[in-house]
Design a protein around this ligand. Structure first.
Ligand SMILES: NC(=O)c1ccc[n+]([C@@H]2O[C@H](COP(=O)([O-])OP(=O)(O)OC[C@H]3O[C@@H](n4cnc5c(N)ncnc54)[C@H](O)[C@@H]3O)[C@@H](O)[C@H]2O)c1
Length: 377
């Protein structure tokens, strides 16, 4: 029998954005076998997609409840071991909760839930279980992000004093100015997306990234959001002041109406001895800034990188690796944990990241609604 981990997928059908990323990432280190799931609520699309990607249709279920019921009837050594939840946000909570309660390991897309209250319930549910829970803050899997984290931890830039994170996209611009389009986009519908679009969708990546890299926790925030039209209920742009402590401060700039921008996610961390900068659109370059030397550019796969960074590189230096590899590294970490092998604590984001992320989203919206005031996290 195959030693691969049996993977189920919810959502991520042929019509989705993120499905292909998870399928390729899961196949990258030959650790998983996709055995079934529910890819689409429309039956013909669901089965049609399974046939298209060449997986047997006997475990492609008509809906989520049927999947749980039928999988639990299978002997444990055939049952799905982990299920990835890739549906629109409002389905993450009910699906993840029932999966945990039924004993399945879970890989959940971000934002983890649609509210902090749901996140609290999910955390309590997980605490009572012995399953594993990962949240796919995809960008933490890049080798040079891992290198940056390790360099900060080992004191290369000294004590941190300034944090700057930007996540600019432009894809909502052609939608927001058209009343019909903005009414028919699930990310702009609070019923499906939760209380925030821009902060929930991409600001949360920025927030997770800075806590991941620095090991510091944001203590309080002040936000200014933009909704653009009075009939639009979700933020599409926002700036958040971040306070880690009295002398460590930062800024999160995020927008989905930065016209013409693609996925311009950048993070800069400055300490008393130097700075480190990384850009998602050029992920194989890590810039190390100091006062007395020219800028150093570090690249993946070289022996000068940390063991943790090198573990996320598959080919010799000079073979660019990207977003698929980054997600592949997260899946690799989850596979190690499921197999009870040794893994690095930062190899995949956990419930703690998802939980803190939901608190951040809610507090940012609260700060804006209360008139742009400081709120403790
Ligand atoms: N980690 C990242 O960087 C990243 C990037 C993009 C999206 N996401 C997240 O991934 C999730 C999905 O986003 P997307 O852009 O792929 O959405 P999407 O709208 O493109 O696709 C959603 C998929 O879910 C399916 N679906 C809907 N209802 C379902 C149900 N009841 N049962 C089974 N399948 C169902 C749809 O058919 C579709 O295939 C969101 O939570 C989003 O925030 C994360």
């Amino acid at each position: 029998m195959s030693k691969k981990i049996r993977l189920g997928i919810l959502g991520g059908g042929g019509d989705s954005l993120i499905g292909v990323l998870h399928r390729i990432a899961s196949s990258m280190y030959d650790s998983y076998q996709l055995v079934g799931g529910v890819f689409n609520p429309i039956p013909e699309e669901n089965i049609g997609f399974a046939e298209q990607i060449g997986i047997p249709t006997n475990r492609v279920y008509k809906d989520f409840d049927t999947m749980i019921e039928e999988e639990l009837k299978l002997p444990e050594d055939q049952r799905m071991q982990v299920v990835s939840v890739l549906t629109p946000n409002f389905l993450h909570f009910p699906m993840a909760k029932k999966l945990i309660e039924s004993g399945f390991n879970v890989i959940c897309e971000k934002p983890m839930t649609t509210s902090f209250e749901e996140a609290q319930i999910l955390k309590e549910t997980l605490d009572k279980s012995d399953v594993l829970f990962a949240v796919t803050y995809t960008y933490t899997g890049y080798p040079m992000v891992r290198q940056m984290k390790e360099m900060i931890a080992s004191g290369v830039i000294g004590k941190i004093q300034k944090v700057d994170v930007q996540y600019y996209q432009g894809w909502i611009n052609p939608i927001i100015h058209d009343a019909e389009k903005r009414a028919n986009t699930w990310r702009l519908d609070p019923e499906k997306g939760g209380i925030s679009c821009c902060i929930g969708d991409i600001g949360t990546h920025g927030y997770d990234m800075i806590e991941y890299l620095t090991g510091l926790e944001v203590e309080s925030i002040l936000s200014d959001l933009n909704y653009m039209y009075s009939d639009n209920k979700m933020d599409i742009d926002g700036t958040v002041l971040l306070r880690f402590s009295e002398h460590v401060k930062g800024l999160l700039r995020t927008s989905q109406i930065a016209t013409g921008e693609e996925n311009n996610f950048t993070v800069s961390i400055y300490g008393e001895k130097g700075g480190l900068k990384w850009e998602q659109e050029n992920p194989n370059f890590l810039y190390h800034l100091t006062e007395d030397q020219p800028v150093r550019v570090l690249k993946p796969g070289h022996a000068y990188n940390s063991e943790f960074s090198l573990d996320g590189t598959k080919l010799p230096p000079g073979h660019p690796e990207g977003i698929f590899d980054s997600m592949g590294n997260i899946y690799k970490g989850v596979a190690k944990a499921i197999r009870k092998e040794k893994y690095h604590p930062g190899e995949f984001p956990t419930m703690n990241d998802g939980f803190r992320g939901m608190n951040f989203i809610e507090r940012v919206v609260e700060s804006h609604q209360k008139g742009n005031v400081w709120i403790k996290l």
